[in-house]
Design a protein around this ligand. Structure first.
Ligand SMILES: [Zn+2]
Length: 403
């Protein structure tokens, strides 16, 4: 059985398609069939809401394609499977944009490598995470390759949705599309219990408040500071009808997101810098070590630039997570004020939310949600986060004061 696909929580439909594709791919690499008119193809698009596991799905397909075991495709324990999942298969490249976009020059370099034959595996796999961050030039460079792919190359693109806003229509039309859905609360809770050995109560609590995002559920269940940051963000809405509340809230929101981003990047930064210093001979005391260090100032500068770009993105991502939490709060309030029984995103905040729902008109709550969604769009551009956040909270505050 294809063990690698077990990682895809609640995605039975996608699993069936990916399993069929990797089975056909295996037949074709053994020369018993062509991949034309089969379940396999050279370009894939994985879409789904954050946390649905689109990049994991791509990685699982990559593992199944590189699987060398007769138990495969996707046995989960052969060298092909484990090295792909562990991120060190020589023929699987994951492109994870660390800045706000993927530049044309980077994509040209990627495309050049993609044309090479695989070194040990059956396929050369290029996974592009956040393909919605491709610049127009980069998308065009990629399109040329996807239109006439080398017989051994597979592209896997991951994006939030198949909308033209997220992925160029021309690229999309060349890809086989896999839609991932948000896993259910129960499925997430079970996974947290089984894989992370959390007790049932914590697992269910975390699953219920993480809107189908398993990574977030795991973090909230295991990281006390992540829980407290969420609490800080969700304590904001009831204060926003007071004068001058928007400015304070903007400061708090930015500080919280910055802290959140730091905890996620600090560890990677330290490790990278240490690895580079060791590679460059720092720490040695001989004359050779000093000479090596002088010549390496440039390499350290490059690394600093890369880390700065990653930090910028990490803060924007953290802000985005906070905005999704806030939007969920007003969405819960709106549903409560309309008297619907849909399941809430923040069940643990229902007292505050009910109170806001009682004192606020549905139109006002809808306006608040609009302001948040607009802010998310603005943050995706190069606008300074401070400006976007302050503008959003001022708008919300004005709406809330009118009631
Ligand atoms: Zn395998």
């Amino acid at each position: 059985m294809a063990a690698v696909f077990d990682k895809l929580l609640g995605q039975d439909h996608a699993i069936r398609e990916l399993l069929a594709a990797s089975t056909d791919a295996r037949r074709s690499t053994r020369g018993s069939a062509s991949i034309e008119h089969s379940a396999m193809t050279h370009a894939w698009l994985f879409t789904g809401p954050p946390g649905s596991g689109r990049s994991i799905a791509a990685l699982c397909l990559a593992a199944a394609l590189q699987c060398t075991s007769p138990d495969g495709p996707g046995c989960g324990h052969c060298a092909g499977c484990t090295s792909t999942l562990g991120g060190n298969h020589p023929d699987v490249r994951r492109i994870i944009p660390e800045g706000l976009s993927i530049a044309t020059a980077d994509m040209r370099a990627i495309v050049r490598t993609a044309a090479r034959r695989p070194s040990v595996g059956a396929w050369h796999v290029i996974i592009i995470e956040d393909a919605d961050r491709l610049t127009e030039g980069a998308a065009n460079a990629l399109l040329k390759m996807v239109e006439e792919p080398p017989s051994h190359t597979v592209f896997m693109l991951c994006a939030p949705s198949p909308d033209p806003h997220d992925i160029a229509v021309t690229l999309r039309s060349r890809c086989r599309h896999i839609t991932l859905t948000t896993p259910s609360t129960t499925a997430i809770a079970h996974a947290l219990e089984a894989r992370d050995h959390l007790d049932a109560e914590t697992a269910h609590w975390a699953a219920a408040i993480s809107a189908g995002h398993i990574g977030r559920a795991r973090r909230l269940a295991t990281d006390e500071q992540a829980r407290s940051r969420r609490a800080t963000v969700l304590a904001m809405p009831p204060t926003l009808d007071r004068p001058a509340a928007a400015i304070n809230a903007a400061d708090t929101l930015l500080a919280t997101a910055t802290e959140d981003a730091k905890t996620l990047t600090a560890e990677i930064d330290t490790r990278e810098t240490e690895e580079l210093r060791t590679a460059l001979g720092a720490g040695g005391t001989g004359k050779g070590a000093a000479g090596a260090l002088r010549g390496s100032a440039g390499a350290l500068k490059d690394l600093e630039r890369k880390q700065k770009s990653r930090a910028t993105r990490a803060i924007r991502d953290a802000l985005d997570r906070a905005l999704i939490d806030l939007a969920g709060y007003y969405r819960d309030a709106l549903l409560a004020s309309l008297g619907t029984t849909a399941s809430p995103i923040h069940p643990d905040k229902s007292d505050d939310i009910t109170q806001i729902a009682r004192s606020t008109r549905p139109e006002t709550l809808l306006n608040c949600i609009d302001a948040i969604l607009h802010c998310r769009d603005t943050l995706a551009t190069n606008t300074k986060p401070e400006l976007a956040i302050t503008a959003m909270l001022t708008t919300i505050s004005e709406h809330m004061r009118r009631g």
